[in-house]
Design a protein around this ligand. Sequence first.
Ligand SMILES: [Zn+2]
Length: 287
Amino acid sequence: MTGSENIARPPEDAEARRSVAPVICYPNDALPRPDLPWMRSVRQRAAKTGEVLVPPREARCFDVPAGHFFRITSVEGPQVGDLNLWNRNDLSERFYSGKTRALHGTHLTIGERMWSSFPHLRPMATIIADTLEWYGIDAYGGSVHDVIGTRCDPYTGNLLSGTQYHHCCHSNLTRALADYLNIPMDEAEPAVHDVLNVFMCTGFTRDTGRYFMKASPVRPGDYLEFFAEIDLLGNLSACPGGDCSSEHSSDTAACYPLLVETFAATATDLDGWESPARNGYDRTHGR
Ligand SMILES: [Zn+2]
């Protein structure tokens, strides 16, 4: 018996059902809007406080106090990065890729935010600059800076091809977090979470809905810049996929470093500003 013999016959009104117009799940005109002009004016007066160069196939951590800024820049060659964010004072509050996707869509750009996990669910960082904003959505349905991929990891590699590869983003992020916080690897690994795929160009195929990637349009000098809404611990991996034009769980692809720079707002510029409050749900869950 072939699979096709098992396919149920379409009902008489199949086309009518398919032609129902979609409804946006979370109309985001209800979301609190970031004050981008204010953030940009604060940024203009901000002073650089540090930088870290993330080596290819490695990850590095960095701190960004609330009200400060960080910029991720492509240097030397096309390279994608896998970004994790935590509340610097509470690692249980971390970036929530799935809810961010539900709120903003599959790819992020200027004015959109990285939201934190339950029960906090508040903005962690707001994108204030994106030199790849021009890319939009290409003919394949691809776009950049996605929140649909998870991160390349050695478990999927082992599942699909039996490999033991140690420089997937998952492992890079785990080592970097363990080193930065001086904690054991088995404590660091569960804190690593689904990422923002910085500079990566991805989408879903229209015919089968499969996750795809293609060569990133990023070039040296391109950057993505964020306003830190809360005290942040960042962790960025320079993916072993390089520009992700072919494969991403081996040492085959050409890889380049990524530069992370941090900038401090002047003290008076933050007068009257506060981090967003944690989510207001009372957490009684009906009991
Ligand atoms: Zn990766």
